[in-house]
Write a protein that binds this ligand. Structure first.
Ligand code: FEO
Length: 166
């Protein structure tokens, strides 16, 4: 059975993961508005990943006899100053999520909640990938500039995400 402290903290993380999905869906819509369907596609795939993250924690709480309580999501931003700014925001957001995951691992250790600690290890590794992916796009955009052929090439590349499984 999961303890109340961990249950509450994991419920908050379910909200954060669903909030990430909501934020990235808002970014996808922004990229569509900018004529960048590839970036929008990348973000739409990311929305599914974030929903999967939320479900992973949801399942853990349920399997351990806890009670999932869904909390209200904040309204995501609607506009960004440029595609680069949106990607920077995505990278910052992933760093924020990594920080939260690390705090949850510390809490699991304090509470001696070993099952939660093991479940959270997956997220520790996943966050390395999440940060890496968004940081790389930021770096490429900084190098290519935000207009012309470079941007269109990158948009096309990012639009391939998830297509192999279709
Ligand atoms: Fe669920 Fe992008 O972290």
């Amino acid at each position: 059975m999961i303890g109340k402290t961990m249950e509450k903290a994991l419920n908050e993380q379910i909200r954060e993961e669903l909030g990430s999905a909501y934020l990235y869906l808002a970014m996808a819509a922004y990229f569509h508005s900018q004529g960048l369907p590839g970036m929008a596609r990348w973000m739409e795939v990311q929305v599914q990943e974030e929903f999967g993250h939320a479900l992973r924690i949801y399942n853990h709480v349920v399997e351990r006899g806890g009670r999932v309580k869904l909390e209200a999501l904040p309204e995501p931003k609607f506009e960004w100053a440029s595609p680069l700014e949106a990607w920077r925001a995505a990278y910052d957001h992933e760093r924020y999520i990594s920080g939260r995951i690390h705090k949850l691992v510390e809490l699991a250790r304090q509470e001696r909640d070993y099952p939660a600690e093991v479940m959270l290890q997956w997220f520790v590794s996943e966050q390395v990938e999440e940060e890496d992916q968004t940081r790389r796009v930021v770096e490429m955009l900084e190098r290519l500039g935000e207009s012309g052929r470079g941007l269109l090439w990158l948009d096309k590349e990012l639009g391939k995400r998830g297509k192999e499984e279709e």
